[in-house]
Design a protein around this ligand. Structure first.
Ligand SMILES: NC(=O)c1ccc[n+]([C@@H]2O[C@H](COP(=O)([O-])OP(=O)(O)OC[C@H]3O[C@@H](n4cnc5c(N)ncnc54)[C@H](O)[C@@H]3O)[C@@H](O)[C@H]2O)c1
Length: 402
């Protein structure tokens, strides 16, 4: 049984605790830290938690606590990790790891210097669909990944601090782009270096300093592209979709809004539908088991097993740092309107820059194969490139297909 100190008692602390205390779990939140006694008491009652405190250090240093979970606003992540390092407590931090790569690097250095586990709670990499899809990609099911696109859009976050550029560290990129960037990175390969970024970001709807919309392209050293699309002003719920294109196949994943569960109600009884749902009547798209479908269960299982086995979890502070470095480049690119390099002071993946350029398929001694197709009139068309001259020709075989 592991005992958790939960820092924060807000939205994500509730979801994490729902997952941690879910089913017949033996792990427990032992103590919760927050600012307001009323809210902490309500949290303890809701989740049957024994202790609360308004002193962060007291929660972290509690002798019974094995693992600290950071569920606080982004500007408090670094301060929390400093205290975890001081008291040598394993720490799991929600996304984004930090507001900037510099903050994230300090957090990474702190856990590594003291030798405590630093897990990055990037739940969307752990959804049952993502785990299966990434495994298929690793097994070669879709060949070489060329393009991994991830979209997260919703009508905007639920607390004041997200909308403040200083406390959050940015807008929709820092809040939602962090998920999409890490999802794409998992498909393309975490050992492949993200090298440069082109990003558009704008404030189209909300009266805030930070961006409420952005689209970014993250170019990887092997030529693959990660693409993210984020919005804080999308109407209709929480849209979470991934598309992965490879030389031998394709994956489409819809995680939340249209998962196959559809319900109509006149709305005579109001109730919770799903995160960020905008309506409680008409056609609704509920989610069967949110904590499972959003990856929290598999994420905590990996984190706790990693802790017990003394290994790294799938998502570590290092991954969070890479994501922050990509987001820093996004903000620079949105300003400069140019491709901006991703500045990674620490790179632990491949350094050979391998597999750049198009894949070449032999056809015969003279030609490379570009494409084969059966046309609607039953002809087989083969498009070929002459190896020496570079000329591109097509061969049509009549009547081969009936
Ligand atoms: N899918 C996800 O992984 C996911 C989803 C939502 C939020 N998050 C992350 O979780 C973190 C918290 O977000 P949230 O949605 O729970 O926010 P929230 O506003 O619902 O809760 C924040 C908590 O921190 C406390 N808090 C706020 N300011 C504080 C301060 N100055 N000192 C001490 N405590 C303070 C609040 O009282 C509350 O308990 C953020 O980093 C956010 O990005 C992750």
């Amino acid at each position: 049984m592991l005992k958790v100190a939960m820092l924060g008692s807000g939205f994500i602390a509730d979801f994490y605790t729902m997952s941690l205390h879910g089913q017949r779990s033996r792990d427990r939140v032992h103590v919760v830290y927050g600012r307001s006694e009323d809210k902490l008491q309500a949290f303890c009652k809701r989740w049957n938690v024994a202790k609360y405190t308004t002193n962060m250090e007291e929660a972290i240093s509690d002798p019974e606590v094995n693992i600290v979970v950071i569920s606080l606003p982004n500007n408090l992540h670094l301060e929390s990790v400093r205290l975890c390092a001081k008291h040598k407590k394993a720490v799991l931090c929600t996304k984004p790891l930090a507001r900037t790569a510099a903050e994230a690097k300090e957090m990474l250095d702190l856990v590594e210097k003291v030798g405590i586990m630093g897990g990055y709670l990037e739940d969307l990499v752990y959804t049952p669909k993502s785990l299966k899809a990434v495994e298929s990609v690793k097994n070669g099911a879709i060949g070489r990944v060329l393009w991994a696109r991830s979209r997260e859009t919703h009508p905007g976050p639920h607390s004041d601090w997200f909308w403040n550029k200083e406390t959050a560290g940015g807008g929709a990129i820092i809040d939602l782009g962090c998920h999409c960037i890490e999802i794409a990175r998992n498909y393309i390969g975490k050992d492949v270096k993200p090298v440069e970024v082109m990003c558009w970001a704008d404030t189209l709807v909300k009266p805030i300093e930070a961006e409420d919309h952005a689209i970014g392209l993250v170019k990887y050293e092997n030529g693959s592209i990660g693409q993210f699309e984020v919005s804080w002003a999308f109407r209709g719920g929480l849209d979470l979709r991934d598309e992965v294109a490879g030389t031998e196949g394709t994956i489409w994943n819809n995680h939340f809004l249209r998962t196959g569960f559809e319900m109509f109600t006149t709305g005579n009884k109001e109730g919770y539908v799903a995160e960020k749902a905008e309506s409680t009547s008409g056609w609704l798209f509920p989610v069967g088991d949110e904590v499972n479908e959003l990856g929290y269960n598999h994420m905590f299982t990996d984190m706790f097993e990693a802790f017990e086995q003394g290994r790294q979890p799938i998502e570590s502070f290092y991954d969070g740092y890479v994501v922050n470095a990509v987001m820093d480049a996004c903000y620079r690119s949105a300003q400069s309107r140019q491709w901006e390099p991703v500045q990674l002071d620490v790179w632990r993946g491949n350094t050979d820059g391998s597999t750049k350029g198009p894949a070449v398929t032999e056809y015969n001694e003279q030609y490379y194969l570009i494409k084969e197709e059966i046309t609607p009139n039953g002809q087989k068309k083969t498009i070929l490139k002459d190896k020496k001259t570079g000329e591109i020709i097509q061969r049509v075989e009549e009547g081969l297909v009936k």
